[in-house]
Design a protein around this ligand. Structure first.
Ligand code: FE
Length: 269
């Protein structure tokens, strides 16, 4: 497959100041198909307006993980725009349309977005990689000069260390990394930068040092966790509508084409 010029991929970084969360809009400029990564429920109107103004059709919402600090807009976006909810295979989200294992992915026009499972912050974390555009969306697995906490949601510092070293730092050095949050106004980093300067996970650190650092963190219980996690396991929908069945596997295959979507039949559909 030849390299696709970056200009063919529309990219917008979106911000929720309340929780310092980044959402990302990616779209193929030719086919006008779009995905939203980690959409926030409070910004449903903003994001649907932007899609409409740019004349884009939302085909998927992609979650990097089950968030503890905000509620996803994925369920409401599916209701409104008929997009499909895509999560990692290990998230436990009840009403997702696709639960993708590592190495599978979704097609976005001329682009392929690969799921790389990067557990450790939570057991279901996924880093979404668009190799053709040199972009990766790391969620909370790797933050700019930091990483997500590992003290709840099946967090596991040893798994996180290995996920970052084996599945993020193995991307080309110039890959631009976009995290799910930044609390200091930074918006993007690169693999090379984090290898060199990340004080927790940089190449100068050993696994044992990382475990020590994470074990010594004294972090407050997240304010919205008790509301956000159960809601996100239902894609942000109320319990009644979350039980409504999504499209059947046969319908998804017919709609997407088997070559377009790697369906995981065991989970999430
Ligand atoms: Fe998180």
């Amino acid at each position: 497959m030849g390299a696709v010029p970056e200009a063919t991929l529309i990219f917008r970084q979106l911000f929720d100041p309340e929780t310092s969360t980044y959402s990302y809009l990616l779209a193929d400029a030719r086919t006008r198909e779009a995905v939203l990564i980690d959409p926030v429920r409070e910004h449903l109107e903003r994001d649907t307006t932007q899609l409409r103004e740019l004349e884009l059709r939302l085909v998927y919402t992609l979650e990097t993980h089950v968030h503890a600090d905000h509620v996803t807009a994925s369920g409401l976006l599916r209701e409104r725009l008929r997009s499909r909810i895509v999560v990692g295979a290990q998230t436990g989200v009840q009403n997702a349309d696709l639960a993708l294992a590592g190495g599978t992915g979704v097609r976005l026009g001329d682009h392929w977005i690969e799921a790389r499972e990067t557990p450790g912050h939570t057991s279901g974390c996924v880093t979404w990689v668009c190799a053709q555009a040199g972009l990766a969306f790391t969620g909370d697995a790797l933050l700019i000069r930091g990483c997500g906490r590992t003290d709840f949601q099946q967090g596991d510092a040893r798994r996180l260390f290995r996920s970052v070293r084996e599945h993020i730092f193995t991307l080309p050095d110039e890959t631009r990394l976009h995290p799910a949050h930044d609390y200091q106004g930074r918006m993007v980093t690169t693999v090379a930068e984090e290898k060199r300067f990340n004080p927790r996970l940089g190449l100068g650190r050993t696994e044992e040092q990382f475990l020590e650092i994470m074990g010594a963190l004294k972090l407050a219980y997240p304010r919205h966790m008790d509301e956000a996690v159960p809601a996100n396991l239902r894609s942000g929908l109320a319990p009644a509508s979350a039980r409504e069945p999504g499209p059947t596997v046969a319908a998804l295959v017919a709609q997407a084409g088997r070559q377009d979507v790697e369906l995981d039949f065991g989970l999430g559909i």
